[in-house]
Design a protein around this ligand. Sequence first.
Ligand code: ADP
Ligand code: ZN
Length: 432
Amino acid sequence: MYWKPELETMERDTLEALQLEGLKKSVTSAAKSVFYGNQFTKINLDPSSVLSLEDIRKIPFTTKDDLREAWPYGFLAVSKDELVRMHSSSGTTGRATVIFHTARDLESWTDLLARSMYMAGMRKTDVFQNMMTYGLFTGGLGFHYGAEKIGSLTIPVGAGNSRRQIQIMKDFETTAIHIIPSYALHLSEIFEEMGVDPRRDTKLRMAFLGAEPHTEKTRQKVEEFYGLRAFNSFGLSEMNGPGVAFECQYQMGMHLWEDNFFMEIIDPDTLETVADGIEGELVLTTLKREGMPILRYRTKDLTRIIPEPCQCGRTHRRIERIKGRTDDMMILKGVNIFPIQIEKKLMEIAEVGNNFLIILERDGYNDHMIVRVEVLKDFFSGDLKQLEALRKRITAELQSDILITPRVELVEPNSLPKTEGKAVRVIDNRKD
Ligand code: ADP
Ligand code: ZN
């Protein structure tokens, strides 16, 4: 059940003592980097004045813009010769940030992934098909090494080429996959086209869903279609990549590996820490990374700490499924809306297919939201009156939640643009 029981079930006191030791080391080594060196001088912070976990508040937050400005090497705490690997973020919100690892950093990261997949139930006997992009993106190599560490037969297919993915699943009797949730839904259409039923024709038993926000309902859809159990996997390249927080067998929130990361949840407006259980922005500090320690990184991801202990016995606290990033928030007619709210409503409607797209338009001073929704094949080719009734129903459902009335357009299955990577949910045409 546990990969490293002594670490995963450690008493909170011991865990916090370990965190403090890690924090002190991180702050001391971060001071050697150009970025933190300058910052500490400017604010007159002596690393040795960090004596408790609360003292972390003496350190300013680090943002993606800081990483971009110090690009490429401004955060290095070791000499370049010590580095063995570079990765980068996906660049979803602008210029991609780069992260460097020493050999020890890669070992810890691999260990985190092995621990995470093992926790969800993957074993040496599994055949693991990694359907994430290999290369600079962390979802490929991160999971790859973790799976090999467990000893599972690891197939580094990478992303895309849907038909080949399915063929490989069948031929090599894949049991576990790592896949982006929106792509998992899209792939179900290719299964149907090929006449392959994953429940009947494959040995799939588990999936790791990561890299983008998705709802509980999307998880259920994936579980039902593929006949497997799907586990939520959260990470960001600035904190290595995947392996930051992961679901256990109970699938009730993700254990954040607190021996490697110190977490805070802040109010993104006041920047004050919020109480456990309250939603806010996740802020993370690396506690073990040598090459590039990052302190109080504002992830922009919105979540909350689940304060109750988990039935699995792990003492590392869980975070709730991520709601989205603060910059995913759309403001329309003064109302704040997250794409995940739309997904949640849509996925509850049986006739809705696997994909949707939100388009924002400005007409004079008026903002409009168009929601294009793929509808299941049988329904789409059916009665026009029924289709119009469905359109009205979807509009009303959305309106009840987001409080503005979107223009809903129903489209054929498989007709909206798709990416092999993270889904693009919003097109904002309001900017000049
Ligand atoms: P970028 O920040 O450019 O997208 P990354 O590949 O590092 O590059 O992506 C990390 C981000 O992806 C996280 O900060 C988060 O917003 C999102 N993400 C990753 N995994 C999940 C998940 N399981 N649920 C929700 N969002 C996720
Ligand atoms: Zn648990």
